[in-house]
Design a binder for this molecule. Structure first.
Ligand SMILES: [Mg+2]
Length: 452
């Protein structure tokens, strides 16, 4: 395996917010400090626990548990409804602190990311230690954003993530040379992305921990699992190291799932809401320069029964008017024979492809004009902090009795593409600022990354 020596000097920091949503609720309402807190869905506290803080976990409250069950286990705990918009803001503030500590920051979710610390020991850390430096970062995030974070430092992002998990709450550094020892008794299950099948095949070879893997002949792992097996063997032996790469994955689907604030008996109102949500989704897609080929609509009633339908376009679509036209027909089709009040509406777009916004010989393309329009609308709305420019569907939604107004984004995550744009101000090649040799190195290591 051609892993050059220089790569063994990679130092990657993984940072992860502790029980992020629950911590956000405490940051938003300091009175909750010191109490058992969990965030739960549902309209009347009848949903499931989305996140629970450490104090609540002590009582046995876990993510995915029914909220009433959590209340039974911990009667003095506090159930908070989710505030995704505020979580996003706190996440932004956390990443804004983090980006000041490394030129390369790769956010992977709303509360997690990696920082490249590879050359820190040669300059920044001459008068301090990694532990002190990271402690300072964590303390600053706590001071300024009021979110507790944990961190792990190691020679690859995978190992750094394992270090964070082991450190929670706190910080753990796996110093160069100590990797194998750290991994020895840990289950291979801890490796993110390890599927059940591979887990079973490894167990059949007697490999349950990384220590077991390290003792197997590397050739056996190579025969059994190909390049992945070889990489796993290097990892278990503490010899896997990789530079931090900014990989922007394309979105494969976009969807929205909204439980209405009350059971809606008025179908035209439900349709208006559907079209407004679809408008938001197509706008988001265009900002990410994508278009859709297929869509689905599902409507759930107050008795939890459901009707659904889908449509496949002959060509990829990006225009709101076309998508909404199809959705409207679909809505009438599936709702025609129904009479029960609507509880929940789900819209999904998938089979996404790149939206070509190259200027044509005869002027700008339609796609580009729509994109520019979206961009301008988005900016105006952000600038004013409320929908200032609206489509017909959104406008008629405003005229409804106000309760469906301004539906907030359901997905709390900042898509990576958006995050990249925010941090670097561009979608461009994240390696563009690096030298040719670094680019080549990055390319090589991309080829030898774990594939699963
Ligand atoms: Mg977290």
């Amino acid at each position: 395996m051609a892993v050059s020596n220089s790569q063994n000097f990679n130092r990657i920091l993984h940072v992860d917010g502790d029980s992020f949503f629950a911590s956000c609720e405490i940051a938003l309402n300091p009175k909750l400090q010191g109490r058992a807190v969990w965030v739960g869905g549902g309209r009347r506290g009848d949903g499931i626990v989305i996140a629970a803080n450490r104090a609540a976990k002590k009582f046995g409250v876990t993510t995915g548990m029914a909220c009433f069950e959590a209340a039974r286990l911990c009667p003095r705990g506090v159930l908070c409804p989710p505030h995704y918009h505020e979580y996003r803001e706190l996440s932004d503030r956390m990443f804004r602190v983090l980006e000041q500590y490394s030129p390369t920051l790769v956010p992977t979710s709303i509360d997690e990311g990696f920082l490249d610390f590879t050359t820190m020991d040669r300059n920044v850390w001459r008068h301090t230690t990694a532990a002190n430096y990271v402690k300072e970062i964590c303390e600053r995030i706590w001071r300024e954003v009021k979110i507790p974070v944990s961190a792990g430092l190691a020679n690859s992002s995978r190992l750094a993530k394992l270090a964070t998990d082991a450190a929670k709450p706190g910080f753990l550094e796996i110093s160069p040379g100590a990797e194998k020892e750290f991994l020895k008794d840990r289950s291979v299950r801890e490796l993110s992305g390890l599927g059940k099948n591979r887990q079973r095949s490894l167990a059949a070879l007697g490999a349950v921990t990384f220590g077991h893997v390290a003792r197997l002949p590397s050739i056996l792992l190579k025969q059994k699992f190909g390049i992945w097996g070889q990489q796993l063997w290097l990892f278990a032996n503490g010899r896997w190291s990789e530079p931090l790469l900014l990989q922007v994955k394309d979105r494969t689907t976009i969807s929205s799932n909204t439980t209405l604030p009350y059971d809606e008996p008025d179908y035209p109102a439900a349709l208006t809401f559907t079209l407004s949500e679809a408008t938001r989704l197509t706008g988001q897609l265009r900002r990410e320069q994508l278009q859709l080929r297929e869509l689905a609509l599902a409507v759930r009633f107050n008795d939890f029964s459901e009707v659904s339908g889908g449509h496949r376009f002959a060509h990829p679509q990006f225009q709101n008017s076309i998508v909404n036209g199809v959705l409207e027909n679909l809505f009438h089709e599936i709702m025609g024979a129904q009479a029960r009040p609507v509880r929940q509406i789900r819209i999904a777009f998938w089979n996404l492809t790149r939206l070509d916004t190259q200027p044509t010989l005869w002027g700008r393309t339609n796609a580009e004009r729509w994109g520019a329009l979206d961009e301008a609308t988005h900016h105006l709305n952000e600038q004013w902090g409320k929908p200032t420019v609206m489509t017909g569907a959104q406008l008629s939604l405003q005229h409804l009795d106000g309760i469906h107004k301004n539906p907030k984004a359901k997905c709390p995550f900042v898509p990576q593409r958006e995050m990249v744009k925010k941090l670097w101000g561009t979608n461009a090649d994240p390696l563009a600022h690096k030298g040719d040799s670094e680019k080549r190195l990055a390319k090589v290591s991309k080829q030898i990354q774990f594939n699963h």
